[in-house]
Design a protein around this ligand. Structure first.
Ligand SMILES: Nc1ncnc2c1ncn2[C@@H]1O[C@H](COP(=O)(O)OP(=O)(O)OP(=O)(O)O)[C@@H](O)[C@H]1O
Length: 436
């Protein structure tokens, strides 16, 4: 099979059967797409650091998977047996959002679990992770902040009063940069943070968020790993040759990131809009101002239903709002309008869909969410409990929930494919600055 490369050159698509037999079942398709085929030699046949910029949905996760498999190919025997030595070559996956980490965890637990690869989630929502769990894991999925604090927390004296530990944890998130520095040096020497030496691959998702306030924690983690990898006593450890892969949909300065991650020119891959699996059409709609920003924001609510009728036409839609309350109110407003139309509710296609939603609503902890869901509209924000958030994501993915109003909790890389995306307002209230 042939495809056109980003520079117009034609090349053959790589086939999953190009991989060693034990790795083939990881992929549920036969051919890598053109982006993956172009990156295949660098990801799977080399160990260089990489920075990849490609549109959303173009299949960047597979690049991570190829790099993981490249690392684990060290456990392949000459007659293609896969003899994994648990926890001895670790991959760290770092994403800016807890929800994104959890999504990858669900995916990789199934895909890589069949190879015996042990995945461990380190987020605020996961149960307490102890040293043994970290030691035995092959793939650790985390956010940069949690990664920093967890390394710290492993030093806690478990006999200390809980309150004292809680206060310490609070303090350490504020002083993590300085403390992580001294702690990680100390830890590696006395074996307390021995798992650091087993890190052989670091996968950084949504790397453009380096520019975000949370970027500092990511920068600290990467710099620390780089620094530790150069320590004399790491010479024979996997960490000495640690590999970094950073991907993002929007990096304008891939070269700067490549320099930081020591990625050579062949490790820098940029792909444009031509790699988008579905063409994106953008429409900007302007509305007359209201007396103040607050009233304008509220008034926008009343336009969303008509916009959805015009553009989404019975297909799934995400409505992005600037605040948690905004997302909740938009969902309530839409569900009331839809509910008032009775059997003509445009968000309800069948009796079966209604039954699924009614059953799901009974398991919902949030009463407001419960009342919206039955009309085919949901909301998703950081204020919902994990169970409700997962419920809403599942219903939207299955197509039962047609409309999902959300804050940017869903904007950072979570895969909830939608036909239409409405961005309700282009400004948000910045608490620190006290202005929009
Ligand atoms: N070679 C392939 N053949 C068929 N489907 C594929 C292939 N590669 C990826 N996919 C599917 O395409 C979808 C998008 O892939 P993926 O999530 O990796 O994109 P992405 O570039 O990481 O997007 P984002 O920027 O949103 O994270 C997924 O459902 C994935 O299973």
């Amino acid at each position: 099979m042939a495809a056109m490369g980003p520079l117009g050159d034609s090349y053959a698509l790589r086939c999953v059967s190009d991989l060693p037999p034990p790795f083939r079942p990881v992929f549920g398709f036969r051919y890598f797409n053109s982006l993956q085929s172009e990156c295949f030699p660098v990801c799977f046949l080399s160990d260089v650091n990489m920075v990849v910029s490609a549109p959303t949905g173009s299949g960047k996760t597979v690049l991570f998977e190829l790099c993981i498999l490249r690392l684990l190919s060290r456990f392949l025997t000459t007659d293609w047996w896969f003899n994994l030595l648990k926890g001895t070559l670790k991959t760290i996956y770092i994403a800016p959002m807890k929800a994104l980490v959890q999504e990858k965890m669900r995916d990789w637990k199934v895909k890589l679990g069949s190879l015996g690869i042990n995945c461990l989630e380190m987020t605020g929502d996961s149960e307490f992770f102890n040293k043994k769990a970290i030691h035995d894991s092959d793939l650790i999925l985390t956010t940069p902040e949690v990664y920093v604090t967890t390394c710290f927390a492993s030093y806690y004296d478990l006999n200390k009063p809980l309150l004292l530990q809680t206060i310490s944890l609070f303090l350490l998130t504020n002083i993590c940069m300085q403390k992580f520095d001294s702690m990680s040096r100390h830890g590696v020497r006395d074996g307390g943070l021995g798992f650091f030496s087993d890190i052989a691959l670091v996968l950084i998702d949504e790397v453009h968020l380096l520019n975000d306030p949370r970027g500092a924690a990511l920068e600290a983690v990467v710099s620390r790993i780089k620094m530790l990898s150069r320590l004399g006593n790491m010479k024979s450890a996997p960490l000495a040759n640690v590999r970094f892969i950073a991907v993002s949909a929007t990096i304008s300065n891939a070269e700067d990131i490549a320099e930081w991650l020591l990625a050579p020119p062949e490790g820098i891959k940029r792909f444009g809009e031509e790699m988008r699996p579905v063409k994106l059409t953008t429409k900007v709609l302007g509305y007359a101002p209201a007396k103040n920003d607050f009233l304008f924001e509220r008034r926008l609510q009343s336009f969303i239903f008509d916009i959805l009728m015009q553009h989404s036409r019975g297909k799934s839609a995400l409505v992005f709002c600037s605040t948690r309350k905004g997302a909740q109110e938009a969902a309530q407003c839409l569900s009331q309008t839809a509910g008032s139309l009775g059997y003509s509710n445009p968000f309800m296609k069948s009796m079966q869909q209604y039954e699924h939603l009614r059953e799901a609503s009974l398991t919902c902890s949030d009463k407001q969410l419960q009342s919206c869901i039955v009309y085919g509209v949901g909301f998703h924000n950081g204020g919902l409990c994990l169970k409700d958030r997962s419920l809403v994501e599942g219903l939207f993915l299955k197509g039962d929930l047609q409309i999902l109003c959300t804050t940017n909790t869903l904007a950072h890389g979570i895969n909830l494919p939608a036909h239409t995306v409405v961005i309700k307002s282009t400004q948000f209230f910045n608490k620190e600055k006290g202005s929009y």
